[in-house]
Design a protein around this ligand. Structure first.
Ligand code: NI
Length: 264
């Protein structure tokens, strides 16, 4: 069986300081053959790269989170550009827009998002996008910057939004909320997204899926979300794992193909 890829995890988070190596080992034991550690700051992106150097199953995404957008100076963009050349870096992000706390810094967020979108285009890497209550502006900036590959991380929108973004060629990555009792709209979206547009992730240490909800999330828990997705799509775990491994290898071309080979 192809291994699972957790396409978005914050392994560098201090929540994992006590047992990070054991967390990675448990994920591997659960069948996770690749994990993409998403940076949320320049410093965090550096930590992600060094984790990717230490663990063959870990890859890095480098970026600055929208809630830290003010930190993305021109010098920080240049630092991300240098990090992006590292062979274990497979994406730019986590970036995006987050208006959940209001639009007070919307201009700053949009500037930081656009700069990282340009970096994705220039490096040829996919862009990992966080979107909260900002779908219109997210679309506008992605269209303007002509980003080639986009991963909508922790998708939580409607079936129509998922379908529109899938038609745009963007990937829909679903996380633990897919398993939550009240998530019928999200489950319907996950049912309707074309199979070749789907990915799974944990966003650990956040958003543990049922049946481990409430605990610190870790990348091995992606199997719970993946199994629910397989059920929604009337597929065996094996068949879904194979599709998702192909999707991940296509979207994250650098290195993840190796992960796939290693799993076979
Ligand atoms: Ni995240």
């Amino acid at each position: 069986m192809a291994g699972w890829t957790d396409t978005h995890v914050h392994l560098d988070d201090s929540a994992f300081d006590p047992d990070r190596d054991a967390v990675v080992a448990r994920a591997v034991a659960a069948g996770v053959t690749a994990m993409i550690c998403a940076g949320t700051s320049v410093e965090g992106s550096r930590r992600a790269v060094s984790l990717a150097e230490r663990h063959p199953q870990v890859f890095a995404a480098v970026g600055v989170h929208p809630q830290q957008a003010a930190l993305l100076t021109d010098a920080a963009v240049r630092e991300l550009a240098v990090l992006a050349r590292h062979p274990r870096v497979v994406a730019i992000g986590e970036t995006g827009l987050d208006y959940a706390r209001g639009r007070g810094d919307a201009i700053v967020q949009q500037r930081a998002f656009a700069a990282q979108a340009r970096l994705a285009r220039e490096t040829g890497l996919p862009l990992v996008v966080h979107n909260r209550e900002a779908s219109e502006d997210v679309e506008r900036i992605l269209d303007n910057e002509e980003v080639c590959a986009v991963v909508m991380h922790c998708f939580n929108g409607s079936p129509d939004l998922a379908a529109r973004w899938a038609r745009a060629g963007w990937m829909i990555s679903v996380a633990g909320p897919l398993t939550f009792p009240k998530a019928d709209v999200l489950r319907e979206a996950a049912r309707r997204v074309p199979l070749d547009r789907l990915l799974v992730e944990t966003d650990a240490p956040y958003l543990s899926p049922v049946p481990v909800r409430g605990r610190r999330c870790e990348p091995g828990f992606v199997v719970h979300t993946a199994r629910m997705l397989a059920g929604l799509r009337h597929m065996s775990d094996e068949a879904l794992a194979s599709v998702l491994a192909d999707n991940a290898a296509r979207v994250f071309p650098r290195g993840l193909t190796q992960g796939r080979t290693a799993a076979l």
